[in-house]
Design a protein around this ligand. Structure first.
Ligand SMILES: C[S@@+](CC[C@H](N)C(=O)[O-])C[C@H]1O[C@@H](n2cnc3c(N)ncnc32)[C@H](O)[C@@H]1O
Length: 286
């Protein structure tokens, strides 16, 4: 039986409440495609029959929410942000952090970790000796966080944007998969975190990447996340959004700088604790 309208509404409400992801009517096929394998694995004939399990069993609910997230990612995705990192962001931070010799990065909504590990590869290449870097990699999906922790990728995933030189340098083959080196894994600290919920205590970050995730949220949620990210970014730090997210109007918290084809956002010096929220109507991009 195809997914009923009522089941779709209940799943969409759950996804919005738990992750802020918006499933508009018309996405019934997507919800069904994502949940049917879980329904079958749980011994249910269809998704309608599976729904009571989601609502009564927290483990099954997390499994369903994980399945509903869209985890599309690749190594060095879009390339130019990584070029800007090497050419502009990292040199500026190396100059500004000589006292501590520490760099702190947050890959928020990291999916299976390609974003965090791509940065780790660049840091391994360009960070002077005596410096340390810590990359916090978070995602709402526990399954994705586990994947970052395991640091193992299929051949298909390896083929998506990873230069051969980096493969040779940082990966070893384990059966049908490729495992990332412990050196890079030590730099990356995965943890489960919902961007749409109040942040747990976080360090001050020099660079935050919130790429290709705001597109799934409504205007109010985007506004709130960008305000809270401002609060955990160093005053001379940077924020990078995804290429489809650059039209967001964020002037109240962030000012734009360009680095080649990339937009870098720098925190406005507005008082962190008292800055009023951006009006919802201002955030119409993406
Ligand atoms: C399309 S991927 C983007 C991955 C990576 N940032 C990139 O640009 O390649 C979006 C990720 O956002 C995560 N996500 C969705 N809602 C989230 C939320 N409320 N909090 C944290 N992560 C979320 C999904 O689980 C998914 O892994």
């Amino acid at each position: 039986m195809p997914l009923s309208a009522d089941s779709f509404r209940r799943v969409a409400e759950l996804a919005r409440r738990e992750t802020a992801m918006v499933y508009e009517p018309g996405k019934e096929y997507l919800v069904e495609a994502r949940l049917l394998p879980l329904a079958r694995a749980a011994g249910c004939a269809d998704v309608d029959a599976y729904l009571p399990r989601i609502f009564s069993d927290a483990v099954e609910r997390q499994r369903a929410l994980d399945a509903l997230t869209i985890n599309e990612t690749s190594w060095f995705r879009d390339n130019s942000p990584y070029q800007a990192f090497t050419d502009v962001v990292l040199p500026a931070l190396l100059e500004a952090r000589t006292a501590t010799r520490q760099i702190s990065i947050w890959s928020a909504a990291c999916s299976s970790g390609q974003e965090a590990y791509s940065l780790a590869m660049l840091l391994d290449q360009h960070l002077p000796s005596g410096w340390t870097a810590r990359i916090t990699a978070t995602d709402v999906s526990t399954q994705m966080v586990e994947r970052v922790r395991n640091g193992r990728y299929s051949q298909v995933e390896m083929n998506r944007g990873l230069p051969a030189t980096q493969l040779v340098k940082h990966f070893t083959r384990v059966g049908a998969e490729w495992e990332i080196s412990s050196k890079l894994r030590e730099m990356v600290h995965p943890r489960q975190m919902n961007l749409a919920a109040p942040f747990p205590p976080l360090p001050r970050f020099d660079l935050v990447l919130v790429r290709n995730v705001l597109i799934y949220f409504d205007v109010e949620t985007k506004r709130d996340i960008l305000r809270r990210v401002h609060g955990v970014t160093a005053p001379d730090g940077y924020l990078m959004l995804g290429s489809a997210e650059t039209s967001l109007e964020i002037e109240q918290y962030w000012q734009r700088e360009t680095a080649g084809r990339v937009q870098l956002l720098r925190p406005q010096s507005t008082s962190r604790s008292t800055a009023p929220p951006i009006p919802a109507t201002a955030l119409t991009g993406a």
